[in-house]
Every structure is written in C-alpha cells, then in structure tokens.
Design a binder for this molecule. Structure first.
Ligand SMILES: O=P(O)(O)OC[C@H]1O[C@](O)(CO)[C@@H](O)[C@@H]1O
Length: 184
C-alpha cells in the first residue's frame, strides 16, 4: 500500500494553501471599481481587494470537483464593505459549498428574480449554494475574510447575468455598525 502526502494543504498562517498547480488570481482595485456603488479615488489602482486560490482537477468532466480559497481584504470603498464580483454558474445544476475559515462577513445570494438573502459567515459556518443562485462574498470585518469553496469543475462563471441584474443590496460600515442599502 502506498502512503502519501495530500495533494494540497491549507496553511492559513503562512501562505494560505500550498501544493502543486495552485492557480492564484488577484483582483486589484483598478479591475474591481465597478463592483462597488461609488469610485473611491483614495484607493490606489494596485490595491489588492481579494485573492482566489484554486486547486483544479484539470479535465472539465461531470463529477469532477474543484477546491478553492477566497481571501477578501478588510478594505472599504467609500464606506462600502469589500465584495467579490459575484456570479451565477453557467450550469445551473451545479451547486457549491462554502466554509468560512476566518474573519466575518456575509454570503450574499440572489435568486433568478433578483431577491437577495444574506447568510452570516463566521469561522466554521458552512454554506450550501443552490446552483440557481448568484453568489458574492462580503467582508464586514476588520480582518481578512477567508472562505474555502468546493464546486463542480463544469459549473462555469456567468458574470453577464449579474451585470444585467446586479445584486440589489450593499453593506456599508458606519460607526462599527453594518448598514444594508437596497436598490440598484
Ligand atoms: O469571480 P468571483 O465572482 O469573484 O468569484 C470567485 C469565486 O468563484 C469561485 O472560484 C468558484 O465559484 C470561488 O472560489 C470564488 O469565491
């Protein structure tokens, strides 16, 4: 019997996740301006908003799963809490699971009619995302929000649909309180 090391290992204190063939993509403010209600000229274009680490199985085949880790910086944009771009899956039959590793925030879900629901994220919270719901992370804390994700490799990202029908609620930080604003 072969005894071997795992393919990947989470190491939140050092480099978040390590192993072979991990894809890292960083979203900088210059590429994320449109995710927020207002433009914040005080934020430099190179400001890192969030980083996504993905461990993919290679082949896009039904049944294959990907693993990822999204780390959102505790940045606000004119008071608005930092968010991921957010998307529907191209294949609506593909669900996804999120597990909050550290930090605090919300998983914002939006159904086909634009109705939004926010699920509280805290270390250990486990979230099931129905494939028919758009999903976006919101960091409301003063520390990085780190969320582990598992999704089918065939899910795909449909950004056009959220551009056509944006998330209708936004979270703002005001004197240490979170204020939700509705209406896009
Ligand atoms: O492209 P977006 O909407 O910023 O989302 C990135 C997210 O997509 C995933 O790659 C998979 O759905 C997650 O790991 C991550 O949170």
């Amino acid at each position: 019997m072969e005894i071997r090391e795992s393919k990947w290992i989470e190491n939140f204190k050092e480099n978040w996740i390590s192993g072979n063939e991990i894809k890292t993509s960083q979203k900088l403010y210059k590429d994320a301006r449109m995710f927020y209600e207002s433009i914040d000229e005080s934020l430099g274009p190179q400001t890192v908003m969030y980083t996504v680490y993905s461990c993919e199985q290679g082949e896009l085949k039904t049944g294959n799963l990907n693993w990822g880790l999204s780390v959102l910086e505790p940045v606000t944009v004119k008071g608005e809490c930092n968010v991921t771009r957010g998307h529907f899956h191209e294949d609506l039959d593909c669900d996804e699971i999120y597990v909050c590793a550290q930090g605090e925030g919300f998983l914002l879900l939006m159904d086909a009619d634009g109705k939004c629901t926010a699920e509280i994220m805290k270390p250990g919270s486990i979230h099931h995302i129905d494939g028919h719901q758009a999903h976006r992370l919101v960091n409301t804390g003063d520390t990085q929000l780190a969320v582990m994700c598992c999704w089918p490799s065939t899910a795909g990202h449909d950004y056009g649909r959220v551009e056509a029908m944006p998330f209708s609620v936004r979270a703002f930080k005001c004197d240490n309180n979170i204020i939700w604003k509705e209406g896009e």
